[in-house]
Design a protein around this ligand. Structure first.
Ligand SMILES: Cc1cc2nc3c(=O)[nH]c(=O)nc-3n(C[C@H](O)[C@H](O)[C@H](O)COP(=O)(O)OP(=O)(O)OC[C@H]3O[C@@H](n4cnc5c(N)ncnc54)[C@H](O)[C@@H]3O)c2cc1C
Length: 396
């Protein structure tokens, strides 16, 4: 039996497990520092109070038990790896692997050049943080409902990439929706979306940018582009050119860097602490060690860097599983060459905008439905796997 150890049960790690189980000669050990899989892509709806915890978290032990004895889940943080000895180290223990897949994702990058950012801002890369923002948002609405005086009414989302835009839009939508039932006071809460770039969704197509902008303006989101934050304290953020902005709470979605484990393992890395791997996603010099998803600087065969998305994490996972199987058969594997096939942006309520293969463009309810269908299919897959173990336990 060949043992494959997967470190990190995010989008990449889970997809790797799903594909590895098809091979009867492989046993799988999956590690995660959390006992649950967190669907970061759904954080926007959870923070705004539209989705429940059940919509964005799944118990990993139950999911793994759905595969029977083939997959073992270990709830532990992996501290380091010895490529020569082929061992991962966690708590006071170690575990041997034949093949290793590093899929530890990324953390929020609190840029050191913004004074006070790390001390005063939080990201949404963990469920704990999303939970805390949900409570803060709900609390502001409650205060409005009960006519309590609020000192500060601004919510700032710093970073107008995909995640920042989605969170801003959903919160703004909820405030408009509640104006009818809770009272127009909720609209005194203002949402600010701030970015240092010239535009929102930097790097994305004109179609996505234009239509997202239009929707954000309908939702009365205050979009501040070309706004470089230099300093943050507990109540204000300060801009390079244009004064300051007071806030009640701030969500920072301005950038990511590789997860902490990457700092503790050897291998070439970029400035964002992401691993630089070869064109088969191997750590250079180790053909049995692969890295996938957000913790790696992924690129296509023309060396265009791929955006860190759930989609690229999953595609890289599928690729490395195929490679491992080829290697087990003594065959060579093809080079990694993936593209992003589509982008969908949820823009509050039943509205979205999207682009597939670069030329199919959708907006409005249709785009919302397509995005929903993708998420629904993903969640359904996770739930069906859990059901297998759940039914077995009930039978006993
Ligand atoms: C708010 C938000 C919205 C987004 N929206 C979209 C979207 O619409 N579409 C899209 O494609 N992408 C979206 N993304 C990006 C997407 O979520 C990431 O690209 C994706 O999660 C990367 O998958 P991954 O498997 O590499 O890492 P992750 O999903 O981050 O998983 C990494 C896992 O590793 C675990 N881990 C880390 N270190 C250790 C360790 N030392 N030991 C054990 N376990 C460890 C973590 O607990 C985590 O479970 C969004 C991200 C955010 C934050």
């Amino acid at each position: 039996m060949v043992r494959v150890v997967v470190v990190g049960a995010g989008y990449g790690g889970l997809r790797a497990v799903e594909h590895l189980v098809k091979d009867s000669n492989i046993e799988i050990v999956l590690f995660d520092e959390n006992p649950y899989h967190y669907l970061q892509t759904e954080a926007y709806g959870y923070i705004a109070g539209r989705f429940n915890i059940n919509d964005l978290a799944v118990d990993l032990n139950s999911w793994c038990l759905g595969f029977g004895v083939k997959v073992k889940f270990i709830h532990a943080k992996v501290n380091t790896v010895d490529y020569e000895k082929q061992e991962v180290y966690f708590q006071q223990e170690k575990l041997f692997y034949d093949y290793l897949i590093i899929a530890v994702g990324a953390k929020t990058n609190f840029f050191s050049f913004i004074q006070g950012l790390k001390e005063n801002a939080y990201g949404v890369k963990s469920l704990k943080e999303a939970y805390s923002f949900r409570q803060k948002f709900e609390s502001m609405i409650y205060q409005k409902l009960s006519y309590q005086e609020q000192q500060e009414r601004n919510i700032v989302i710093a970073g107008a990439g995909l995640s920042g835009v989605e969170i801003a839009a959903e919160m703004a939508y909820i405030l408009q929706l509640y104006a009818k039932t809770i009272g127009s006071r909720t609209q005194e809460i203002k949402i600010y979306l701030v970015d240092a770039s010239e535009t929102i969704l930097p790097g994305m197509s004109r179609y996505l940018i234009k239509n997202t902008h239009q929707r954000l303006s309908e939702l009365e989101v205050n979009v501040l582009t070309n706004s470089f934050i230099t300093k943050v304290d507990s109540k204000h953020l300060y801009f390079k050119d244009t004064g300051s902005l007071s806030y009640s709470f701030m969500i920072f979605t301005g950038g990511i860097s590789g997860a902490e484990l990457i700092e503790h393992i050897s291998g070439e890395k970029n400035k964002l602490n992401q691993l630089i791997v070869d064109n088969k996603l191997n750590i250079k010099g180790y053909t049995n060690v692969y890295a996938i998803g957000d913790c790696v600087q992924l690129h296509d065969k023309h060396l265009n860097i791929l955006a860190p998305t759930a989609q690229t994490a999953e595609k890289s996972a599928e690729y490395v599983v195929e490679c491992i199987q080829q290697r087990m058969r003594g065959k060579a594997c093809k080079l990694f060459d993936e593209k992003i096939s589509g982008v969908f942006v949820a823009l509050g309520g039943k509205y979205g905008v999207g682009e597939i293969f670069g030329f199919i463009k959708v907006k409005g309810y249709g785009a919302f439905l397509l995005k929903k269908a993708i998420t629904y299919a993903y969640l359904l897959g996770l739930h069906l796997r859990i059901n297998i173990d759940f039914k077995n336990r009930i039978k006993k």
